[in-house]
Design a protein around this ligand. Structure first.
Ligand code: PBG
Ligand code: ZN
Length: 326
């Protein structure tokens, strides 16, 4: 026999040497929820193991993740009050603005802070855009998104991540940042975001369940993959620096196609429902949580992603350090 693939699997050292996929804690982004208030660190029932902080407890709350090696964080805000125009999102004293200022004081350049830019957590109707005559009005939403992004960057955000899937967002945000001297701040765009049922636990955690209708008029139909390529190309042409594909596990074909096609870094977002499924199945002892967590994270990088956004960031960083993956 001339072809024995087994030769490369004869010892642990051979297996490690010939591995194709390598992981680093530097490639992980940890999503965090920040709510208005003081002294809060509350468990999230829809996301077991995740904690929602107020701006004053957040820096301390991030210590375990930072000690595990996680350096990048994606911040979602939950304001005290919501209104039609989501004004809490671009309030200088808003919950994310406070959090960003506190975190920059505490950690400076040791962390990369990414602020999610969207209206859904801040609007009374729970949609990602302004509502006019029961429809989401794309164009009148854009100046607000630019204003939100500018406010976050002025408060210390290193990156902005517009997630609302409104057409023209990236160019509008880019123009606003450039006009205010923030030419070096990158935009990480949720370019291919599907209208997935996997966002349920997040919407509970962020209290952003739409009050009417659904998000199918602006998020993508999961029967389509060429549409993702089209959206991504548009965002890149508008100036997106990092591309997000979301969700991750059921969309690895998209991650694979996109990462081969574009020259920008590709991030896959393993969303709340993916996390909750693993947690729930493990709680019933149907699966081994640690091994499934490791296997699914590796699969995302194997598919071609450069970055993984995951609620398991701490645990994965620890698994990498231990040598169980990577
Ligand atoms: C909306 C937004 C969503 C998520 C992040 N920002 C989804 C949605 O409600 O449509 C989901 C993230 C997750 O499920 O982990 N701008
Ligand atoms: Zn939104």
């Amino acid at each position: 026999m001339d072809k024995r693939t087994r030769r490369l699997r004869g010892s642990e050292q051979l297996r490690l040497m010939t591995r194709e996929t390598r992981l680093s804690a530097n490639s992980l982004i940890y999503p965090l929820f920040v709510r208005e208030g003081k002294g809060i660190a509350e468990a999230l029932p829809s996301l077991p193991g995740q904690i929602r902080y107020s701006p004053d407890t957040l820096a301390k709350g991030m210590e375990t993740a930072i000690n595990a090696g996680v350096r990048s964080f994606l911040l979602f805000g939950i304001p005290a009050a919501k209104d039609e125009r989501g004004s809490g999102a671009y309030d200088e004293k808003g919950v994310i603005q406070q959090a960003l200022r506190n975190l920059k004081l505490a950690y400076g350049k040791d962390v990369c802070l990414i602020a999610d830019v969207c209206l859904c957590e801040y609007t009374s109707h729970g949609h990602c855009g302004l509502v006019e005559n029961d429809r989401i009005d794309n164009d009148s939403t854009l100046p607000l998104l630019a204003q939100i992004a500018l406010s976050y960057v002025s408060s210390g955000s290193d990156v902005v991540a517009p997630s609302g899937m409104m057409d023209g967002t990236v160019s509008c945000v880019r123009k606003a940042l450039d006009a205010n001297g923030f030419t070096d701040v990158p935009i990480m765009s949720y370019a291919a975001k599907y209208a997935s049922a996997l966002y349920g636990p997040f919407r509970e955690a962020a209290s952003s369940v739409p009050r009417f209708g659904d998000r199918k008029t602006y998020q993508m139909d999961w029967h389509n993959s060429r549409e993702a390529l089209k959206r991504i190309q548009i965002d890149i042409d508008e100036g997106a620096d990092i591309i997000i594909v979301k969700p991750a596990l059921a969309y690895l074909d998209i991650v694979s196609r996109v990462s081969r096609r574009v020259n920008e870094p590709v991030a896959a977002y393993s969303v709340s429902g993916e996390y909750a499924m693993i947690k729930a199945a493990a709680a019933s002892a149907f699966i081994d949580e640690y091994r499934i967590m490791c296997e699914s994270a590796v699969s995302v990088f194997r598919a071609g992603a450069d970055i993984l956004i995951t609620y398991f960031a701490k645990e994965l960083a620890a698994a990498i350090k231990k040598g169980d993956i990577g």
